[in-house]
Design a protein around this ligand. Structure first.
Ligand code: PXP
Length: 387
């Protein structure tokens, strides 16, 4: 099977992943011996092709040029698919999909055309074609994508305990309940001021968490020493200010390169992967890469706090672009802060994101519905969005 994929669009695309999707789709369609050509281009170029070959002088999302009539034999050249990334980006925004997902859906549409299906001849054929596309997309997702998972931040269980200065509720017990309800990881922030998590909590969590313990922390020497001692599954470095109610902004990685890369080196010596919590900004992603980080966690706070839909869409685009940029640079990508039962699905649908770190919204709901139910509901939202 040969996939010839060319990117003439001038945009940065995940071409390796898209070529992989094409090969996967050919296999799913029983065309593993066939050749396929895919070109990503822009609106003016696709408009010219649409005018020349279909007498329609306007841009479109995808064009297919089959080499063979009807349903082709396996082992031959199937034809060419041309996709406009301009139209794809527009449609992705309108339909609330990630850009990469939109491109995959257009690839499927183009391929199904090459295999002889059509949506313009009759309503029945259009329905058949739509169903085949959906089926292929589901199969592709099931077998090929990153499934984002839910990591629960249990800090606020400790906040409630500290409000009384007694020993309950216990964040360690809560972490176990979250895991039983479907959380794939536990996050705990040991702050220098110990306003919620205490040293005892983080040490017990290390012993009891069965999934993955992500220790959130500032770069203070005392906290670094605790992390190196207890050895969490990973650490997430965050900026820490005494006066803030919660972590406010992302790290300025570029401005603190020396300090951050030293912490990363220390953690790596103990085989502890490091994530940097950053604003959705490509310069910070680049700085994280240069500092040697394994992951970035993209700050979703401004997306969640947006006051109107336009602002939310703008902030979402920044998160999506930063996440994709980081993923394309080879970083692993998490996201979090402020996510709730309304704002999470859209972020979970981004296929560059591996883990969502969520605390306050789940704890707030847990007070009303119980922790198990609150975690289950959030895990279901993420699972559903990833399909
Ligand atoms: N990620 C980071 C780096 C954080 O500091 C926090 C808050 O502790 C979260 C995620 C979770 O945010 P929230 O509690 O708003 O879900």
């Amino acid at each position: 099977m040969t996939v010839l994929l060319r990117n003439d669009s001038g945009e940065k695309l995940r071409t390796r992943a898209l070529a992989g999707s094409c090969r996967h789709l050919l296999r799913l369609c029983g065309q593993e011996g066939s050749e396929l050509s895919v070109v990503f281009t822009n609106d003016p170029a696709i408009q010219a092709l649409n005018g020349q070959y279909r007498q329609r002088d306007k841009a479109t999302n995808v064009l297919s040029f089959p080499q063979q009539e009807g349903e082709p034999d396996n082992g031959l050249m199937l034809g060419d698919i041309v996709i406009s990334v301009d139209t794809a980006a527009r449609e992705a925004r309108e339909q609330g999909q990630s850009f990469h997902t939109r491109l995959q859906k257009l690839l499927i549409h183009g391929l199904v055309h090459l295999l002889g299906m059509d949506h313009e001849r009759s309503a029945a054929e259009a329905d058949l074609m739509r169903r085949r596309e959906e089926e292929l997309y589901q199969q592709l997702m099931k077998e090929g994508r990153l499934m984002p998972h839910l990591a629960i931040n249990v800090d606020h269980i400790a906040t409630l305990r500290q409000a009384r200065g007694i020993d309950e509720p216990d964040p360690v017990l809560a972490a176990g309940i979250c895991e039983l309800a479907g959380a794939c990881g536990i996050v705990a922030h040991l702050r220098e001021d110990r306003r919620h998590m205490q040293d005892r909590d983080i040490r017990l969590l290390r012993q009891t968490v069965k999934t993955k313990l992500n220790m959130e922390m500032g770069a203070a020497p005392e906290i670094i020493a605790i992390a190196l001692d207890i050895h969490p599954d990973m650490v997430t470095l965050v900026p820490e200010k005494r006066q803030e109610l919660t972590t406010e902004g992302g790290l300025d990685v570029a401005g603190q390169h020396k300090k951050i890369s030293r912490v990363i080196k220390d953690m790596h010596q103990e085989n502890i992967p490091v994530s940097l919590f950053i604003d959705p900004d490509q310069n910070q992603v680049q700085a994280a890469l240069e500092a040697g980080a394994d992951f970035v966690e993209i700050h979703t706070g401004r997306y969640c706090d947006a006051e109107n839909e336009d602002e939310r869409n703008r902030e979402f685009d920044l998160v999506a672009e930063a996440a994709l940029f980081a993923y394309n640079q080879g970083l692993r990508v998490n996201a979090g802060h402020g996510l709730n039962y309304q704002t999470t699905a859209r972020i979970a649908a981004l296929d560059s994101i591996e883990e969502l770190s969520i605390g306050h919204a789940v704890m707030a709901r847990a007070i009303i519905t119980g922790l198990t139910e609150a975690v289950r509901e959030m895990a279901a939202i993420i699972r559903q969005a990833a399909l």
